[in-house]
Each structure stands twice: as structure tokens, then as C-alpha cells.
Design a protein around this ligand. Structure first.
Ligand code: NAD
Ligand code: MG
Length: 386
């Protein structure tokens, strides 16, 4: 029996984790669940999965959560400290699936000796990658990538020693605007951008997939997770989303990680690692698919991708700033306060305006840079065209 804690339990990843758990009764014991604001969803999940502890980040939601769990014996807490408490509780594995840099402090609190972390939250590696990897090493926590591309690469890496790796390639679906002109994208609305062709995900990552910022964030994620230099990493557009990641080795051999696009597949891999769970996921049928296609990333139409790649190459706190500005810009776009290309304009302007020489060496340092970048990005929202 594996004891499991899920941070970001009520989100898209959290719900898929719950689905996999419910398909394997008796194999996992849910220690703690943490969510942001949705008390009813968190309470219901805690009851269904028989969690021991439930934490809601909203500091005012404590009484409501306690009454929703009355009579169940499930303990609960509210506010950021309760989320940290959930993260730190004794367990075997923690799924890190809070969205955004909000996941950084809870993920760091969840690092501990002899446990594993399945990492879906990429923003903590973008905002504080070097510190996060060092801290995981110091604490003795094994990281398992839950992001589908990194999960595919992680599996491909078992084919040869790290010294034989020549390149790593992440695939991108291309999102809803893969075939749209710049002019069409300029007028894209929230509804247009939220229509992802292959994946159903939370709003923030769905917008990141439309700008291709998501693929840029994932390059930075891979850079830290696999300790691979920026110049050995690239991305290719692959609209079918069947190949998720590839590793090229020094002898010319390439190992690709493939599966039909379904987050339950990398989730199950992490939850059972190094075992495998039987899953009724859709099977890959190459003949039915007929062909798989590939295109280069168009950095003219998708400047957010280029910005992220440049931030990775620049290092220091450039990725921290990029991530913070992007979170502000995406939230403004979702509220109809910013145009589609305003997102990359705000990110570029924030990067230009800040000193990014030093990589954050603690959660506090990362959050201080994050807060400053958010202030600057918020100021730019007013000057960038809506
Ligand atoms: P989501 O918006 O659907 O869910 C986010 C979760 O975080 C919710 O449970 C929300 O309540 C919680 N949350 C937000 N702020 C919080 C806070 N301050 N404290 C505690 N909980 C908080 O997002 P998602 O699509 O599930 O994505 C989660 C993470 O996983 C993101 O970093 C995303 O990039 C990554 N990811 C998602 C997918 C996917 O298919 N959805 C795939 C790969 C990676
Ligand atoms: Mg991904």
C-alpha cells in the first residue's frame, strides 16, 4: 500500500489522479489532499478517497470545509499554512499539481527523505529550478516527471547511460492556433484560445498551450529535471500528440515515448513506478492513425516560445521573471483585459525591465523576484494594447 498526498487535488491533474486511484482500490492510502478554493469538490474527493487530512488554501473556507467533512473523521485546515501542513505530512509519494508558482512553497515543503514526488507543476522548476533540484537532492527525494513529455523522456532515458544522450526533443501539439495567421491570432478571444484540440486541462496551461509558452516552460523544466544543457534541447510540433518526447543517443539511435494523449498514462506510470498499473486507456493503433506529422515551431507567430528559450539560455532569474510575467498576462487575457499578443509583449517588457543576473537560491528569493516581476508586469498591462 502506497501512502499518497495530492497537492492541487481538485484540478485537472488532481481529478485524473483520483480516477486512477479509484480504478485500483486497496493499492493506495490517501494521506492528504490540498486544493485552492473549491470546498465542495475537495470535501467530496476527500470522502471518496478516504483521505486522512484535507487542506484548502482559501483562509476563509475553514468552517465550510470542516462542516462538509463533519462525521467522517477526516481532519481539515485552511489557509496557506494548512496547505504546507498537508505537504509535509508523513507519506510515501506526493503529487505536485498546484498550478503556477503558488505550487513552489508547498512542493518544497513536501520534499523529504525516502519519499517520491511526482511533479506535474512545472512552474516551480521554471521559477527556482536550480534551487529546487538541489533541495530535492539534499532531502533525498526522488523526482518523477508527470508532465507527459518529460515522462516520455524519463522512460526513454532508461535505454542508455546519461553520458550517451545527445539530444532531447519535446513534442508540442501546436495548440488551437497551429494553422492561424498572426492577424487571426491577434484577435483571438478567450473562448478561441481555450479550445485545445487534444488535451483537456486547466485554463492557465491551456492558454500557455495556445501561445506555446507551455513548450518553452517545458524546455526549462527539462533543462533542470534532466540536467541537460540548453543547446541539447529542442521542441517540434506534432499535432497528433502521440509521440510525447524523444531521446537521441550518440550512436544515432532514438528512443521515443509514445501513448495516446491521456494524462492518466503518465500519472499511472508515476504512481506505480517502477511497476506498471493496468489501465483501460485508449491503445495506440498505428494503422488507424495512418500517419504522424511534424513541423518546426514558428517563433514569429509564437514569440512566447522564443522568449522562454531565451530565458533558459540567459539563466539567472530570467526564467523566474518570465514565469511571473506570464502568470499575470495569462490571468489578464482570461479576464479579457489583454489581447493574445499582449501576453508575449508583457513578458518581453518585464524581462527587459528587470535585472536577471542571479538565480534564486531559496523559496524566499524566488518569491521576491516573482513579486517584483508581477508588479512590473501589472504596470505594463496598462500600456500594452488590449
Ligand atoms: P488546474 O487549474 O486544473 O488545477 C490547479 C489546482 O491547484 C486546483 O486544485 C487548484 O485548486 C489548486 N490551487 C491553485 N492555487 C492554489 C494554492 N495557492 N494552494 C493550493 N492549491 C491551489 O490546473 P492543472 O491543469 O491541473 O495543472 C496543474 C499543474 O500541472 C500546472 O503546473 C500545469 O502546468 C501542470 N500540468 C498539467 C497538465 C494537464 O493535463 N492539466 C499536463 C501537464 C502538466
Ligand atoms: Mg506537457
Amino acid at each position: 500500500m502506497t501512502r499518497l498526498t495530492v497537492l492541487g487535488a481538485t484540478g485537472s491533474i488532481g481529478r485524473s489522479v483520483a480516477k486512477v486511484l479509484m480504478a485500483h482500490p486497496g493499492r493506495f492510502q490517501v494521506e492528504a489532499l490540498a486544493g485552492g478554493r473549491d470546498v465542495a469538490a475537495l470535501a467530496q474527493m476527500a470522502r471518496t478517497l478516504q483521505a486522512r487530512f484535507a487542506a484548502i488554501a482559501d483562509p476563509d473556507a475553514g468552517p465550510e470545509l470542516a462542516s462538509a467533512l463533519a462525521g467522517t473523521g477526516i481532519a481539515s485546515g485552511a489557509g496557506p499554512s494548512a496547505v504546507l501542513e498537508a505537504a509535509a505530512r508523513e507519506t510515501d509519494m506526493v503529487v505536485s499539481a498546484i498550478v503556477g508558482v503558488a505550487g513552489l512553497a508547498p512542493s518544497v515543503a513536501a520534499l523529504g527523505a525516502g519519499r517520491r514526488m511526482a511533479l506535474a507543476n512545472k512552474e516551480c522548476l521554471v521559477a527556482a529550478g536550480r534551487f529546487f533540484m538541489d533541495e530535492a537532492g539534499r532531502k533525498g527525494t526522488e523526482l518523477l516527471p508527470m508532465d507527459s513529455e518529460h515522462n516520455a523522456i524519463f522512460q526513454a532515458l532508461s535505454a542508455a547511460p546519461a553520458s550517451a544522450v545527445e539530444r532531447m526533443t519535446l513534442t508540442a501539439s501546436g495548440g488551437p492556433f497551429r494553422n492561424r495567421s498572426r492577424e487571426e491570432m491577434r484577435h483571438a478571444t478567450r473562448q478561441d484560445a481555450l479550445k485545445h484540440p487534444n488535451w483537456s486541462m486547466g485554463d492557465k496551461i491551456t492558454i500557455d498551450s495556445a501561445t506555446l509558452m507551455n513548450k518553452g516552460l517545458e524546455l526549462i523544466e527539462a533543462h533542470h529535471l534532466f540536467a541537460v544543457p540548453a543547446q541539447k534541447l529542442d521542441a517540434v510540433v506534432h499535432p497528433e500528440s502521440v509521440i510525447h518526447g524523444l531521446v537521441s543517443f550518440t550512436d544515432g539511435a532514438v528512443v521515443a515515448g509514445m501513448a495516446m494523449p491521456d494524462m492518466c498514462v503518465p500519472i499511472a506510470h508515476c504512481l506505480a513506478y517502477p511497476d506498471r498499473l493496468p489501465l483501460p486507456a485508449r491503445r495506440l493503433d498505428l494503422v488507424e492513425l495512418g500517419r504522424l506529422t511534424f513541423e518546426a515551431v514558428d517563433e514569429e507567430r509564437f514569440p512566447a516560445f522564443a522568449l522562454a528559450r531565451m530565458a533558459m539560455e540567459a539563466g539567472g532569474s530570467a526564467p523566474t521573471v518570465l514565469n511571473a510575467a506570464n502568470e499575470i498576462a495569462v490571468a489578464a487575457f482570461l479576464q479579457g483585459r489583454l489581447g493574445f499578443y499582449g501576453i508575449s509583449d508583457v513578458v518581453a517588457g518585464t524581462l527587459e525591465g528587470m535585472n536577471v543576473a542571479t538565480a534564486p537560491a531559496s523559496v524566499e528569493e524566488a518569491l521576491a523576484v516573482d513579486a517584483e516581476a508581477r508588479r512590473m508586469a501589472s504596470g505594463l498591462l496598462l500600456s500594452v494594447s488590449a
